[in-house]
Ligand binder design. Structure first.
Ligand SMILES: [Zn+2]
Ligand SMILES: [Zn+2]
Length: 449
């Protein structure tokens, strides 16, 4: 059966889930299949929170989310979730395998002690996984995606790596020796959900809670590229691990510059995912000697031959004020265009997630390929690439042709709401015309010059 588009989660329940304010009774399940897809059920709440934060930022004169940056983050988040559809979530698959074959003792799934033990276990392991993701270059290649935004707001939380889904699995294996997969899956999702709302500048301090919880203030430091922020505050839900293992840093009065030490300067969602892997590949072959080659992979991203394992802090560039951010963007109407098309894409994404079980693998792959092309094309538009209008024209025409072929056979795409299909067709027809006229105008301009 098709799930409702906006899910079936009440407002208070949705908010409580963000805060990890759930009880073992309501979030313990016997079977893995019974565990709700908390992350996808939270999608309407993500967008609600993003809209609310945007308004509050405007009222409190904080820098509001930028469309180009928000697009990059949301595209990365959907990409990361979609990759789990094609290749079954590696974290879970490996976990179930270890549990089925090497399980030492089985903690009962309905015992609250199991639930709390797993909460602590997942958060403790997350700390070490996250620390490794910053201190080991090849893992950083995946994790840097999350840090590539130069803004800091709720959309930043959605900016997730595709590859990271497949590296975290190995860290959680020890838990699989004792904790049933269903309980692990509950906590691995809540650990991610909790980290959504801490990506904001609006909440300044949570008072005494700052001692135990990972808070917006602590996580802002984690996202800073100021020298004092580097390699600090790795906690997921709790900050106690940083306090115990010596990586804690409280926020200071120094204005935080967010993002990477070497900024990416691109809105291309695919390049964001791949750039550091390309960089490592290049450095690996340029570095002489096997020992140093291996060090390129397994020491810190700031390491170079002769330097300490995590690089020399003195090499970190000081922040120049006022803080400069990469900001190639579109005209007002360009932004409206992207918003409309991105809204259609997100609705299609939600329907794909809800209906994927009813669709053939080829069908799912087709939809995902179109999604990839869409986000690349929009990224190229934001980056003001010369070929972006042609990409968009091709994308709109492709949509219309596929739609025509499908409807001539009384089929539909499966991922567009039938009630609005005519509106969506209208959007694509108008867009295709826009790009045709646009390219004619720019050609005649060239002739005049
Ligand atoms: Zn990080
Ligand atoms: Zn973060």
């Amino acid at each position: 059966m098709n799930k409702p588009l906006l899910g079936n989660v009440s407002f208070t329940k949705g908010v409580r889930r963000f805060l990890y304010a759930v009880t073992p009774k309501e979030a313990s399940f016997a079977k893995l299949d019974d565990v709700p897809d908390y992350l996808n059920e939270a999608v309407p709440f993500f967008f609600g929170a993003i809209a609310l934060e945007y308004i509050l930022a405007f009222l409190t004169r904080l820098p509001p989310a930028r469309l180009n940056d928000a697009f990059s983050s949301i595209a990365a988040g959907t990409l990361s979730q979609l990759s789990k559809i094609i290749i079954l979530s590696a974290e879970l698959a490996l976990y179930v395998f270890i549990y089925d074959n090497f399980n030492l003792i089985t903690l009962p799934w309905d015992y609250p002690g199991t639930w709390y033990f797993c909460f602590i276990g997942v958060d403790f392991i997350y700390y070490w996984f996250h620390r490794a993701a910053h201190e080991i270059n090849i893992m950083w290649a995946a994790h840097q995606v999350h840090h590539s935004s130069e803004d800091y707001n709720f959309t930043t939380a959605l900016r997730q790596s595709v590859v990271q889904n497949y590296t975290s699995a190995i860290f959680y294996m020890p838990l699989a020796l004792v904790v049933p997969p269903s309980i692990f899956f509950v906590h691995s999702q809540f650990n991610m959900l909790y980290q959504f709302w801490i990506h904001t500048e609006i909440v300044r301090s949570l008072g005494p809670l700052e001692y135990i919880l990972n808070t917006p203030s602590h996580h802002r430091v984690h996202h800073g590229r100021n020298p004092y922020c580097i390699d600090k505050n790795y906690g997921g839900t709790l900050i106690i691990w940083d306090r115990i293992f010596g990586t804690f840093q409280a926020e200071t009065d120094e204005e935080i510059a967010y993002g990477l030490v070497h900024p990416l300067a691109s809105w291309d969602p695919i390049w964001t995912q791949l750039c550091h892997f390309c960089h490592i590949w290049k450095t690996f072959w340029e570095t002489p000697g096997l020992k140093d080659k291996l060090a390129v992979l397994f020491k810190g991203p700031g390491w170079t031959p002769g330097k300490p394992r995590l690089g020399d802090p003195a090499d970190l560039p000081e922040i120049e004020y006022p803080i400069q951010r990469y900001d190639s963007s579109l005209s007002y109407w360009g932004n409206v265009y992207v918003l409309v098309h991105f809204a259609v894409t997100i609705v299609a994404y939600q329907l794909l997630i809800a209906r994927r079980m009813l669709m053939s693998q080829l069908h799912v792959l087709g939809v995902i390929s179109y999604f990839l092309f869409t986000i690349s094309s929009v990224g190229a538009l934001f980056d003001n690439k010369w070929y972006a209008p042609y990409m968009e024209l091709f994308r709109c025409l492709l949509f219309l042709i596929v739609d025509l072929v499908l409807s001539s056979q009384n089929l539909d795409t499966g991922v567009l709401p039938t009630a609005y299909i005519d509106v969506i067709r209208g959007i694509f027809i108008a867009s295709a015309f826009l790009w045709i006229i646009g390219s004619l105008v720019s050609k005649s301009k060239l002739k005049i010059q």
